[in-house]
Write a protein that binds this ligand. Structure first.
Ligand SMILES: [Zn+2]
Length: 343
């Protein structure tokens, strides 16, 4: 049977009992067909946009919830074929450096009280209107965010690690580190010039605290590790890749399109930079133009999320009421992310 999210119920039923039980511990799934009737006047339009009228009149929908975290997604691949209003965007504009403060960070960005940390390809700054007690930036030397090199990314991550260490010297309690990469405007980035954001807080962020509690309770209840069992579930369905000490999950309950999760036992997070570079290159191959990346630590795992935020030309937001208060609505099949991985 074809590995497709639309076949999830059948795929799970075919798993060995042990794997099926583990899947069912983690997930609730419902497969349904939404039926509708296309009026004759719409047939031409529907054929043009979606291919077959029957496909639109009988739509397979897969709803899936993580029983522990409350994460939930609804898959319907037809969603990606909907007409979406577009804006005109010229990617050459990303080269424009006029009035770019980040091209001259020494003069036009504030520094932290402990000064700036300089990498070979970047420098740090303090965020001018931060959202945490310690909120820094890693500003890339390269203005154009489309230009990324493996050694540059390593340098950005190593510089970030040094910044977190400096913060720790100032305040030992500010040990909850969080690395953010908002890549272009769809992801919430307000500045085009390439940069990472770093926060170090005394209090854990709510979602991280919650996940830590879930994994702690899981250990108590099942005498097993939440992250490795969740990885096993993904592995049984062919949605996992392992690279050294890192599990890459093509996530079953993505927050938005093409979410990839990394659970890594590498000692330092800069050790993940080559792998993340590769994942980003694969993202670009899939046509991703804007993404969010977060990285934080739970116990001895580095947890990283990457998620596609849509085309730069899309005029509508990819996040609506469903994503904020219901389940996330997804059109891209996680099984297809893996098929498209080059290496
Ligand atoms: Zn710039």
């Amino acid at each position: 049977m074809e590995a497709k999210i639309t076949n999830l119920v059948e795929l799970v039923n075919k798993l060995p009992k042990k794997e099926k039980d583990l899947f069912e511990r983690f997930y609730s799934v419902e497969s349904s067909v939404a039926n509708l009737k296309i009026p004759r006047e719409m047939e031409k339009f529907v054929k043009n946009k979606f291919g077959l009228v029957e496909k639109v009149e009988n739509q397979r929908i897969i709803s899936i919830n993580n029983n522990f975290t409350g994460e939930g997604s609804v898959f319907n691949e037809l969603r990606s074929l909907r007409p979406i209003p577009k804006l005109k965007v010229n990617l050459k504009e990303l080269e424009k450096k006029d009035n770019c403060y980040f091209c001259n960070p020494e003069s036009y960005t504030p520094s932290n009280t402990f000064g700036r940390i300089k990498g070979k390809y970047c420098t740090t700054a303090s965020n001018i209107a931060g959202y945490d007690y310690f909120h820094g930036l890693v500003i890339f030397k390269e203005h154009n965010p489309l230009k990324i090199k493996k050694e540059w990314l390593k340098d950005y991550f190593e510089t970030a690690e040094k910044w977190f260490k400096e913060v720790e010297k100032v305040d030992k309690e500010a040990k909850n580190i969080f690395l953010i990469w908002n890549y272009l405007w769809r992801s919430g980035a307000s500045i085009v010039h390439g940069h990472l954001q770093l926060t170090a807080s005394r209090m854990k962020y709510g979602k991280i605290k919650k996940l830590e509690e879930i994994s702690g309770n899981y250990k108590k209840k099942f005498k097993s590790d939440y992250f490795s069992d969740l990885s096993r579930v993904h592995k049984s369905l062919g949605l996992l890749k392992k690279v050294n000490k890192t599990n890459i999950l093509f996530y079953l309950t993505p927050v938005k399109e093409k979410e990839i999760l990394l659970f890594s036992k590498e000692k330092r997070f800069p050790d993940l930079s080559d792998l993340i570079y590769k994942i980003i290159q694969n993202y670009f191959q899939l046509g991703v133009q804007s993404f969010n990346l977060s990285l934080y630590k739970i116990k001895d795992y580095w947890v990283t999320h990457l998620v596609d935020r849509g085309n730069l030309e899309d005029r509508n937001s990819d996040i609506g009421t469903m994503e904020l208060y219901g389940n996330s609505v997804i059109s891209f099949d996680p099984c297809d992310i893996l098929h498209n991985q080059k290496s």
